[in-house]
Design a protein around this ligand. Sequence first.
Ligand code: PLP
Length: 362
Amino acid sequence: MKQTIQPVYNFNAGPSALPSAVLEKAQQELLNFRGTGMSVMELSHRSSTYEEVHNKAITRLKTLFSIPENYEVLFLQGGASLQFSMIPMNFLQQGQKAAYVNTGVWAEKAFAEAKLFGEPYEAASSKESNHCFIPNNLSYNQDDAYIHITSNNTIYGTQWKDFPETGDVPLIADMSSDIMSKTVDISKFAMIYAGAQKNLGPSGVTVVIIRKDMIEKANPNVPTMLKYSTHYKNNSLFNTPPTFGIYMLGEVLGWIEEKGGLQALAKQNEEKAKLIYDAIDESNGFYVGHAEPESRSLMNITFRLADQELEKKFLEEAKQAGFVGINGYRTVGGCRASTYNAVPVEACMALREFMIQFQNNN
Ligand SMILES: Cc1ncc(COP(=O)(O)O)c(C=O)c1O
């Protein structure tokens, strides 16, 4: 018997919404992948059919994100969290310093890993204001191994609008929650990394975009699997990669192409976020945004209700109305709507309407 499923509006922070067209295509191809008689998950990662999937995902990423020739794309595992360790392992030697911008929990986790290998220090911090803004005055040294930033702060709903010009000091960005939501000048960065599970596909794949000179100058005394050079030399096929995740990522990139690329997507992301921010701003203080307006994220919209009881009621009623993932991060509370690439405009319109209606009724 066919089940009727209640439609939901998925505002999860990650893993999060995937384009329905991609899910449908994956479903169609699941049992017989391109005439092989098996699913993509059952193919050898050394087969030409899989290699085509793998290389197509890399090429699409390079083209859509306008990645210059002197960079390479790697597909790794271990999430963005493993990058917190791999970065200092590869680029920070004992006694060397690296600058970290503290814009929240994820930035702090990256910082804590770096302490195990060298001497990281804070180039700036928004901690005293509960990370409601992006600091714009960074203090760092020209001989630092690198500067680390978090381009979008998933938990607090803040986002860098302009990236710092760091000259010869390599700039490394955790772009886990806003990668490919807009165009970015890649040449400003020595390395960009992101877990795929917000804008790019299912969890299990970590995308690393790395300038080739960084690979060459990395510390050689690192375990094989944790060296960028291992994955670079082997086209991210040194060991068995997460093949299904890479296939899905390639299909999500195909969907971005069909939507008109990153400029079209950025425009839509702005419109989507505006729908919800306007509901906050026009509520006469009924809803209170967490981020300062100039630092507002277009991916994670964080807000509170003036009264805690009312906030609880809001979250309960939102859940009943089919809105999923509206609760704020477990340690921070409040409300958060994650409006990643694959969240449709209609879902944001529906949330806006719900917010206005709830305010009118309470
Ligand atoms: C900005 C940011 N960095 C890092 C992480 C951790 O990513 P992972 O779970 O892939 O290790 C997250 C997870 O939500 C995140 O939002």
